[in-house]
Structures are given as C-alpha cells and as structure tokens.
Design a protein around this ligand. Sequence first.
Ligand SMILES: CC(=O)N[C@H]1[C@@H](OP(=O)(O)OP(=O)(O)OC[C@H]2O[C@@H](n3ccc(=O)[nH]c3=O)[C@H](O)[C@@H]2O)O[C@H](CO)[C@@H](O)[C@@H]1O
Ligand SMILES: C=C(OP(=O)(O)O)C(=O)O
Length: 443
Amino acid sequence: MEKIIVRGGKQLNGSVRVEGAKNAVLPVIAASLIASEGKSVIKDVPVLADVYTINEVLRNMNVQVDFEPHNNTVTVDASKDLITEAPFEYVRKMRASVLVLGPLLARYGHAKVAMPGGCAIGSRPIDLHLKGFEAMGAKIHVGNGFVEATVDGRLKGAKIYLDMPSVGATENIMMAAALADGKTIIENCAKEPEIVDLANYLNKMGAKIVGAGTETIRINGVEKLHGANHSIIPDRIEAGTFMVAAAITGGNVLIENAVGEHLRSVISKLQEMNVKVIDEKEGLRIIGPSQSELKATDIKTLPYPGFPTDMQSQMMALMLRANGTSVITETVFENRFMHVEEFRRMNAKMKIEGRSVIMQGPSDLQAAEVAATDLRAAAALILAGLCAEGSTRVTELKHLDRGYVDLAGKLASLGADIERVNEDDNVMVQVDYKNKPIVAKLS
Ligand SMILES: CC(=O)N[C@H]1[C@@H](OP(=O)(O)OP(=O)(O)OC[C@H]2O[C@@H](n3ccc(=O)[nH]c3=O)[C@H](O)[C@@H]2O)O[C@H](CO)[C@@H](O)[C@@H]1O
Ligand SMILES: C=C(OP(=O)(O)O)C(=O)O
C-alpha cells in the first residue's frame, strides 16, 4: 500500500511554485467541447489524476485530446461529430465530469451524463444546474442513474436566479448560455476566480460574457464557438496549503505564482494568527511564528470571497497548534469534517458541535497511521504530520493525487522529512517532483 511518511519537526525554508488550478482547468477542458471548429491549446495544466479523467471523458465522446504532461499543455480538437454521453465510470471518479452537460446540450441539443452521487464531504446535488437548463428550454429526465437533457433546436436565453452561488451550476449554465439563442442573465452566481478564468476562455472562443467575478453574469448567446489558446490561473488552494505548511513549521517560504488577490480571506486569517504574509514580485512569502506565538482564531467557510471550504481542513491542522480556543464553522458542505476523527488519532483536542469544530489549543500532536477521507483532508493530515512527534503515515493517497502534483516531493524540496513509499515492497515511488514519475504512471 502506498503511504506518505512524514517525520515532524523540520522547519520549511526556500521557494516552491504552484501549478495551474485544478478547479479552473477542469471546466476549461470541458468547455473545449463547445468549439465546432479549430483547436484549443491550454497551457499551465497541472499533471493531476483529475486532468487525466476529464481528458478520458472527452476522448470517450470522440474528441481528440493530446496531453503533454512535461509541457503542461492540453490540446483539444472537438471539431468531429461527438457522442453526447458521459458514463458512470468517469462521473464516479470525479464529480466535475457533470460539467460536460452544459456544453453538450448547447451544441447538440442533447446530453446524457451519469448522476453524480454524494461524496465524503456532502450530498452534492445538481438541481441548480438542471433548473438553469430547464429555464433555457431544456427537458430533463432523470432515471436509471442518468440525467438526460434535450432541447429542440437551440437553448433560449433566460433570466436565472441561483438559490445559492454554486460554482458548478454557474459554470454549466454559463457554458450553455454562451451558445444559446438570446441573452441570459445569471443572478446570485458564484464569484470564484475560476469562474472568471472560464469566462475569459469562453470569450476567447468567441463568446460574449460580461460580469464574471460579480454576482450577475450577462451572456449574449452566439451561433458558433471556436478553439482558443488559454493559460490556466495559479491554484489558490495549493498555494494556501503551502502557506499553512510554512506557518505550521515556523518556516520562511516564498510561494511563487501565488496570487494574493485570490487569497485575501486566507491571508487575513493567517495574519490574525501571527503569521507574516509578504506580497513579493514572484509570489507570497510566508513567515511562520514560533509555536508559542501562534494565536487562535475563528473561521467560517463561505462562497468566494469568503473563506474557502477547500482550505478548511488545512487551516484546522494549523489551528490545532494555536494557543487558545479556535472554532471552524463549515457552511458550504454539510459533512466536511471526516478528517476530525483522523486528527484525533494524532492526539488532537477537538470536538464537533453541529456545523462547528471547537479546538482547545495547542494540541500536542503525535504521529499515527491516518487515512485521507478526501483530497484536502489528505493534505491536512500531511500538514499535521509536519509538526507531530514521530513518523506519521498517511494512506488513501488516491484522494491526494486528484488535486496535488507531488505534494510530498515539493515539501521535501523545502526541507521536510517526508517520503512516499510503497510499503509492501518498500519501494519509494516518487522522489523528485520535477520528473513527475508518479503521475506519469497514470497516463
Ligand atoms: C471542480 C470544482 O470546481 N470543485 C469545487 C466546486 O465544487 P461544486 O461546484 O460541486 O460546488 P458548489 O459550489 O456547486 O456547491 C456549493 C454548495 O451548493 C450545493 N449545491 C450545488 C449545486 C446544486 O445544484 N445544488 C446544491 O444544493 C452543494 O451541495 C454545496 O452545499 O466548488 C466547491 C465550493 O467552493 C469546492 O469545494 C470544489 O472544490
Ligand atoms: C472538493 C474538491 O473538489 P471536487 O469538487 O472536484 O470534489 C476540492 O478540490 O477540494
């Protein structure tokens, strides 16, 4: 079984570069389906399991997708006739597969995609995506584990109010509206930087979208879209994870490529905890305080620009080490506390009350064998291992590989005592992140 073994106590120093954002690249690759002519060349693509999955989803639909991992480039040619279905084997691996619904429906008037189930962080319905398509004239049928959307002719522009600012629903509706007949207005939409990145890409493809990044997006539908060149924005959650790594070890790390503007809520909480954050030309420098100076704080997760739920578990690791009582309230997903039990195995002093976790810090973290319950929990357990006494062993690394490019290798390059091993035969499978050996195996 593959494990990451972390021996705590090393201070992190140096610099590390963040990759393109997972949550931006997945919708961008899905959106490439819309182009009936020309190729799209997408750069700064992170070499992640999820990227291999979305590429497979598209290939299965007869799209030509070429991935050059060493150049971080994906080229998509969707100009042939496409198959308008995404089977369960892909959606099960990655919920973001539902993002092909909007582009397929808009281009072909038909899309059939396996219904995503819940996952370790919550039930995650797609009712808002479907209501948006219905408002644009689509008929939706859910049965036998699939959702099927059809429309005679083109989708019609509509005014759509989202009950909550869902990232996926905003993306799916925006992609569909780009090719609809007439004007669509999406109100109370998500404002995440990944929404802006997708809108920029669609506009390069010939779409007419304004307002992305605000709570109202206006889209004038066009008849055709073409391939375009695009570079993916830096991953704010990977950057945030390294910010916590520097802070939790009292280190000094420059996170190259991190965009301060995308991380305001995280920066403000770190500053409250006595962590220094300096905006430099190349990125963000993080200087962690000594453990005795790390202050407790409270966090509530919210849609952007609020504190991101995808940073909740990593910040929890840091708050466990802080002096005083800290509280985290999770408002985005109803069940994103599975990592609490694993932290407890590491001697963390914490309890769950409703949608909040209360921590009486500082916990004297001790090494244990712990299992990742989702992608960010995997990162959080590794972060806790960086300051725990002894050798922490983190398993269930399939979650980690969905969203981090060689986290262990990058932390090792900053001075962490960490390795990824296959304990059955004691073979180390990944040592140097620049060569990307582990992810290369997934192709
Ligand atoms: C690939 C990707 O970009 N994933 C991100 C995206 O997921 P995703 O797009 O799935 O998250 P949403 O913003 O849609 O979900 C937010 C909340 O809305 C609810 N909801 C959503 C859609 C819907 O039709 N009905 C409904 O009730 C969800 O259950 C959840 O409670 O945004 C989340 C919230 O920032 C992040 O944690 C994920 O990393
Ligand atoms: C929850 C996440 O991703 P996804 O929506 O792809 O499950 C995440 O990136 O933390």
